[in-house]
Design a protein around this ligand. Structure first.
Ligand code: NAI
Ligand code: MG
Length: 358
């Protein structure tokens, strides 16, 4: 039998991104070492991010997408640092990769871990586990719009930021959500919009949802407005399984979900190009956390959980399940970083996960 070698592009980028990507790489290499030569990871690390911007005027190399195109997957940290405006750093690197590689489905599990105190008391006696599926190619983050200063003069500037909804874009993310629901214990998809106030794009979304739902009679559905859904996250999370929402709404709701589970540092995510024409990208949900960067305090669980999603995507489903169990064993044993009430460092948690793998 020949060894499978996965070529992975690592982009730690800024702040705690470097710490948590290093943690995830260590865990993945430990898994590969324990695979008795079945598989290995061939890493290439790219120095892109805000420091690179300071040196070169670019967040990533001009031919960056061309370089990344042939990797099996991208393992990403977090982008953003106070030295560069956030819209410049985000658009110059992360959104460029997501949109350039048509990673149109962003999968963000909200997973409540043993040993982590949730601010939600319900979590103690109810199993809570749902997935936010984020439309990741259009919607409010389509980059359409402009600013016009000159036409109206200083002090009267106007800006337009448009949201783009296409029938194709809505349909593919909804089919993805329904297919995912069929793999889960609770077969249910909740669609989120604000179609009462936004009568074009979001009404199109609602209509496509109704049409697609008809093809999945075995899957329960509901349509909930985003404000009501944020309340539902807190009040009735046991009623959620797959939540499908636009780029902006899902971005906000997934932060809410991970905070409910205990910390932003726990949340993982996959930016998928389901057709596999381009590499998919795996990253923690959190940002570069400048307030704790460089101190060894970053919770690596979000990044390690993202590594588990990457294993699943690469077809290593047994290893993905093993890694998820090792994460649960680690938090269950009380090895926790300060954001979830513990005293462990990034390295302590990483080492404990590796211990539980074997
Ligand atoms: P953030 O996620 O970096 O931090 C929010 C809070 O969560 C902070 O108190 C931070 O200490 C804490 N936190 C985040 N990750 C943690 C971890 N692994 N362990 C423990 N605590 C953690 O969001 P913020 O402060 O709004 O943004 C900081 C920078 O990150 C900005 O430049 C922003 O644009 C960027 N950002 C990048 C994202 C990405 O690359 N996907 C996502 C969100 C923000
Ligand atoms: Mg976000």
């Amino acid at each position: 039998t020949s060894q499978r070698v996965f070529r992975i592009a690592a982009i730690p980028a800024d702040g705690v991104g470097a710490e948590v990507v290093a943690a995830g790489r260590t865990v993945l290499d430990a898994l590969a070492a324990a695979s008795h030569g079945t598989f290995a990871f061939d890493w290439t690390e790219f120095p892109w991010g805000c420091d690179h911007y300071q040196r070169t005027g670019r967040m990533m190399d001009e031919d960056g997408l061309e370089t990344l195109k042939d990797f099996d997957a991208i393992y990403f940290g977090a982008v953003g640092w106070p030295t560069v405006p956030d819209h410049v750093s985000l658009w110059g690197l992360r959104l460029k990769i997501c949109q350039g590689f048509d990673q149109w489905a962003n999968v963000r599990p909200v997973h409540f871990l043993p040993g982590v105190l949730s601010p939600l008391r319900k979590a103690a006696d109810t199993e809570l586990d749902w997935v936010v599926v984020r439309e990741n190619s259009e919607g409010e983050y389509s980059g359409l719009g402009g600013r016009n200063l000159s036409a109206r003069g200083p002090g009267s500037e106007v800006a337009v930021q448009s949201a783009l909804f296409t029938e194709t874009g809505c349909e593919r993310i909804m089919r993805f959500a329904f297919d995912l629901a069929r793999t889960r214990v609770r077969r249910k998809v909740s669609s989120v919009t604000k179609s009462n106030a936004q009568q074009y794009g979001m009404v199109l979304w609602d209509e496509v949802f109704t049409r697609v739902a008809a093809d999945y009679p075995d899957v329960e559905t509901e349509s909930v407005l985003v404000d009501a859904m944020s309340a539902k996250f807190v009040l009735h999370p046991e009623d959620l399984s797959v939540v499908v929402a636009s780029n902006l709404h899902a971005d906000i709701l997934s932060d809410l979900g991970s905070a409910m589970a205990g910390s932003l540092g726990l949340a993982s995510s996959a930016n998928l190009n389901p057709e596999k024409r381009f590499p998919s990208m795996f990253e923690p949900v959190h940002g570069s956390a400048p307030d704790i960067a460089g101190q060894g305090l970053a919770n690596p669980i979000g990044a390690i959980g993202s590594a588990a999603l990457m294993l699943g995507h690469l077809g290593l489903t047994d290893e993905a399940a093993r890694l998820t169990k090792a994460i649960e064993a680690t938090t269950g044993a009380g090895v926790l970083t300060p954001d979830v009430g513990g005293r462990a460092t990034t390295t302590d948690v990483t080492a404990a996960v590796i211990d539980h793998l074997t």
